[in-house]
Design a protein around this ligand. Structure first.
Ligand SMILES: NC(=O)c1ccc[n+]([C@@H]2O[C@H](COP(=O)([O-])OP(=O)(O)OC[C@H]3O[C@@H](n4cnc5c(N)ncnc54)[C@H](O)[C@@H]3O)[C@@H](O)[C@H]2O)c1
Length: 254
């Protein structure tokens, strides 16, 4: 088992990439703290883990709220005594031109996608220092590396995640805390469905256009990202920090 007895917090664990990663980490021996604002989905994730013999608890927390993030960290310590892995994965999307983006929407995107990572890291890092290190994995996006039409606020938030990852990697390396991010291409989750719907028209046709942008000839699956997160969480990546691991079927290789 690649994460035997490690304690892992996963945000956005009620759906998509977070759920797939929570299940994989538990299968690899981690004790999982599955966190989300979407408690129904998160409970389903917990049920899936438990029915396969894994160990997990649910903690409801909005990553954009400092009080709730602190409560999530405290609940983890109460249940398991320490934190070794933090998968900062909760995120939301917005499809709009910058000139049509409201200030509220801009703040909402930034507060979840970027401030959420700041807060979860801020309250988890001191606990990792106490146990001699840890691994933080942030879900960025290829939208943190290249521009996309109509995704200004999302682009900016994910670009922020990539560079915050590099900052934290160098600031906390001497505590043996590694910080990396993953840049997924288009992954088949409910977020992807919402984005396709927002663009309107024939959803299947738009999906095929998306597929054509990925040289590998398909969209990604949540498990494709979960395996990347597993590598970055495990000791196999002990010399890897500050990296932005692109998992995009070749989208950004052209
Ligand atoms: N699906 C893709 O194509 C894709 C591509 C690149 C990056 N990403 C990123 O991957 C991550 C996971 O996305 P997904 O595709 O699995 O989407 P998803 O919508 O299936 O899951 C996201 C989860 O985050 C939770 N969440 C949202 N706001 C939250 C908050 N404030 N506090 C706590 N939880 C919150 C949601 O309730 C949901 O369960 C996101 O950061 C997203 O930006 C997704």
């Amino acid at each position: 088992m690649r994460l035997k007895d490690k304690i892992a917090i996963i945000t956005g664990a009620g759906s998509g990439i977070g759920r797939a990663t929570a299940k994989l980490f538990a299968r690899e021996g981690a004790k999982v703290v599955a966190s989300d604002i979407f408690t129904e989905g998160c409970q389903e994730t917990i049920n899936m883990i438990k029915s396969s013999g894994g160990e997990a608890i649910m903690v409801k927390a909005d990553v954009s709220r400092a009080d709730q993030v602190q409560a999530m960290v405290n609940a983890t310590l109460e249940a398991f005594g320490q934190i070794n892995i933090l998968f900062n994965n909760a995120g939301i999307e917005l499809s709009a031109l910058i000139t049509e983006t409201s200030e509220e929407d801009w703040d909402r995107i930034m507060n979840t996608n970027l401030k959420g990572i700041f807060l979860c890291s801020k309250y988890t890092i001191p606990e990792m220092i106490k146990v001699g290190g840890g691994s933080i994995i942030n879900t960025a996006s290829i939208a943190g590396l290249v521009g996309f039409n109509n995704l200004g606020a999302y682009n900016a938030s994910k670009g922020g995640v990539v560079i915050l990852t590099k900052n934290m990697a160098i600031d906390y390396a001497h505590y043996n805390i590694r910080v990396n991010c993953i840049c997924p291409g288009a992954i088949e989750t409910s977020m992807m469905e919402r984005i396709l719907e927002m663009w309107g028209g024939n959803i299947e046709a738009i999906k095929q256009q998306f597929v054509a942008l990925h040289p590998i000839g398909r969209l990604g699956k949540p498990e494709d990202i979960a395996y990347a997160a597993l590598y970055l969480a495990s000791d196999e990546s002990s010399f890897v920090t500050g990296s932005a691991l692109v998992v995009d079927g070749g989208y950004t290789a052209r």
